[in-house]
Design a protein around this ligand. Structure first.
Ligand code: CMC
Length: 385
């Protein structure tokens, strides 16, 4: 395109397709989500994180032998290098959990002999190690924030059960484990969202997969993306009593504030993940604490009001991050781990996209329309006004 033509600018790349992919379909008009063709509801109900990871990376559900194999590979990779544990320990109490996760994940590259090997087989093996170890990192961040020390992983446990062991130093109860298993599947993938795109942009330079995943974590952190789950729960905390909900939302909207956990660039219908989480929360009611019941009451009142006010006019519905907070609280997860857990789970999707994109890689290099001046005369510093 020549400079005299007027380029079409798509702010935030809205409506722009960046690649073909066989990994994930988001049907935003009808509120449907599929991983490799399988509806999210069926996967949450039936699948494990290990199986979902296999599906995302390989494009098909595993046979029993294949599932056993990926389960063993993920379990074998769990233990963290001592250097990474030291980084987590050093940063604990000084940095936010997402900042620690970003730095510790990046540091994993120093302990991987294959970091610079860009062959598809090495990238697959590194993907398994990253997916496995990011959960160990997140658990260790939580453990150290609570004043504990590194817990050795238990290879005999499933991925999520081991995560809970490394986080709490003891096996989880059934309810917490069931919740977390579903959370890991529900967050594993979501097409070319900002963090997946950030991962792909970094990877498209043929940088290594650790750099790409570190970029993904950086992008996920923000409250307009993955950080919305923490922000939504903090809002519920601020609201305090369910009876304050309507006045809080009313004055936030009047002040042009965004209500975190609502709205989506692609979904203009109810986010199916939010639907699953809402149903989950309702099913927990009598088995949950007073705190969770209070958050649930607030969430339901806020949801009703937001839908009445903004769904018809702006296509705004709850997204995955709205009900996630109370569900995490029901599993005993502290708020500062919500987004890191999202990242640990999403590492499966990020790696799947990277492996797919590298099969036919093309550097991302969009354009911007320059609106400044040109051919200015360089004025020596002593003559500048
Ligand atoms: N609360 C109040 N108003 C909103 C919200 C919200 N959460 N989201 C969008 N709007 C309004 C916005 O003010 C604008 O109104 P108007 O046209 O009158 O100026 C209109 O809706 C369109 O907003 P937009 O910013 O152009 O829409 P977008 O496609 O860029 O926004 C979004 C997508 C997710 C950034 C936005 O909905 C938002 O900020 N939501 C809150 C943060 C959030 O929950 N993020 C998690 C997204 S889902 C999980 C994930 O994939 O990470």
């Amino acid at each position: 395109m020549s400079d005299i033509e007027t380029p079409q600018i798509s702010r935030g790349l809205e409506g722009i397709y960046i690649a073909e992919s066989r990994i994930c379909k988001v049907n935003g008009a009808e509120g449907r989500l599929y991983y490799r063709g399988y509806p999210i509801e069926a996967l949450v109900k039936n699948s494990s994180f290990e199986e979902t990871t296999f599906l995302l990376l390989n494009g098909k559900l595993p046979t029993r032998a294949e599932l056993d194999d990926i389960t063993r590979q993920l379990a074998d990779a769990r233990d963290l290098p001592q250097g990474v544990v030291r980084i987590i320990s050093e940063m604990s109490g000084k940095a936010e959990s997402m900042d620690i996760l970003r730095t510790a994940t990046s540091a994993l590259s120093a302990y991987d002999a294959e970091t610079a090997d860009m062959s598809p087989a090495a990238n697959f093996r590194k993907s398994i190690r990253i997916i496995s170890r990011m959960s160990s990192i997140v658990a260790t961040i939580g453990r150290m924030r609570a004043g504990g020390s590194y817990i050795n992983p238990d290879k005999a446990l499933g991925h999520v059960e081991n995560f809970m062991l490394m986080l709490n130093g003891k096996a989880p109860d059934k309810q917490a484990l069931d919740i977390m298993k579903d959370m890991f599947v529900i967050h594993a993938e979501h097409s070319s969202n900002a963090s997946t795109f950030g991962t792909m942009v970094a990877g498209s330079t043929l940088s290594d997969i650790y750099s790409a995943i570190t970029a993904g974590i950086s992008v996920l952190k923000g409250p307009l993306h993955g950080g919305a789950d923490e922000a939504a729960l903090k809002m519920m905390k601020q609201i305090g009593d369910p009876s304050n909900t309507e006045s809080y939302i009313e004055s936030a909207l009047a002040g042009k504030q965004r209500i975190m956990g609502f709205g989506h660039r692609v979904y203009k219908a109810y986010d199916p993940r939010a639907k699953v989480l809402k149903e989950y929360l309702l099913s927990l009611q009598e088995h949950s604490s007073e705190e969770v019941r209070r958050y649930t009451a607030i969430a339901l009142r806020a949801e009703k009001m937001m839908i009445e006010k903004l769904s018809a006019s702006h296509g705004i519905w709850p997204n995955v991050d709205f009900f996630a907070g109370p569900v995490y609280v029901a599993a005993g997860i502290p708020v500062n781990l919500f987004t890191p857990i999202f990242a640990a789970s999403r590492s499966a999707g990020w790696c799947a996209h990277m492996l797919e994109y590298w099969k036919d890689n093309r550097l991302f290099r969009p354009l911007e329309k320059y609106t400044g001046q040109i051919d200015l005369e360089y004025v020596p510093i002593e003559k500048r006004q």
